[in-house]
Write a new protein. Structure first.
Length: 254
């Protein structure tokens, strides 16, 4: 298949497991062709070059399916990275590119996408990559956001942390976290998700007062069942009401 040599996509997939915020990374392993001994191993974001017949988002979705098995998720394009030296700052990257017959001095722009998903919902896998000859990316796995591996390919650590900044800003003004919630949820669960993603602690009373001013967080005439503590009030997210509030340009989030 024909590729755009100068354009790629990289995907930063954040996963929440209802305890911690994580990010999805692949292993990049360089093997000696003769001995099959490991020359180096590090971590890399799911990414690849864009096919000539891809649009940008289609390329990102293809890459995710091939390298992680994840499909049908919301992707948010957040930034294009194009530093002249983004691919050749480290000796191992130069070695890697030469091994897959790419010029380390070639300038490649990459378009960054991020997403926030329930890490428990998706089975990770690597399919046979038909769309790219480079086959040394493997073992997709979740890594705690506060324990990112030191060794990462290219400028991928920079891309990751810029995506994290966009995520943390985005959850304040967009309903990203509601995609993680069950149909019926407690305000306590919602607060925990916000605190984990934003790496902060909110005053319980003030947090709930602000949430309850949002008309799209609708109280139900139901409480939790089969819990050891006092049952909490249940709520639901009303997408139509959210859209109405958004159209009116109201302050809709934290």
């Amino acid at each position: 298949m024909d590729f755009q040599d100068y354009v790629s996509v990289d995907c930063v997939i954040f996963g929440y497991d209802f305890e911690r915020l994580k990010v999805l990374l692949l292993e990049r392993v360089m093997l000696d062709q003769a001995t099959h001994q490991v020359i180096f191993a590090d971590k890399i974001l799911p990414g690849s070059h864009v096919l000539n017949n891809d649009n940008i988002e289609a390329a990102a979705r293809r890459v995710l399916v091939e390298f992680t098995g994840i499909e049908d998720i919301s992707l948010h394009q957040f930034k294009t990275f194009g530093d002249l030296d983004r691919l050749n700052r480290q000796e191992r990257d130069i070695l890697w590119l030469k091994n897959i017959h790419q010029d380390p001095n070639q300038r490649v722009l990459t378009v960054g996408f991020y997403s926030l998903i329930d890490a428990n919902k998706y089975k990770l896998s690597v399919t046979k990559q038909q769309s790219h000859p480079e086959m040394f990316k493997r073992n997709p796995a979740w890594y705690d956001i506060d324990a990112i591996p030191e060794e990462m390919a290219y400028d991928h650590k920079q891309i990751l942390f810029e995506a994290l900044a966009y995520l943390r800003e985005g959850v304040k003004y967009n309903p990203l976290v509601f995609e993680l919630l069950p149909e019926k949820f407690t305000l306590g669960l919602l607060q925990k998700i916000y605190e984990t993603i934003l790496n902060t602690t909110f005053d319980k009373r003030n947090f709930r007062r602000k949430l309850l001013k949002m008309p799209f967080i609708v109280p139900l005439e139901e409480k939790q069942q089969k819990v050891a503590h006092k049952p909490a009030q249940l709520y639901r997210f009303d997408w139509k009401l959210y859209q109405q509030v958004k159209r009116n340009n109201h302050d809709i989030m934290l």
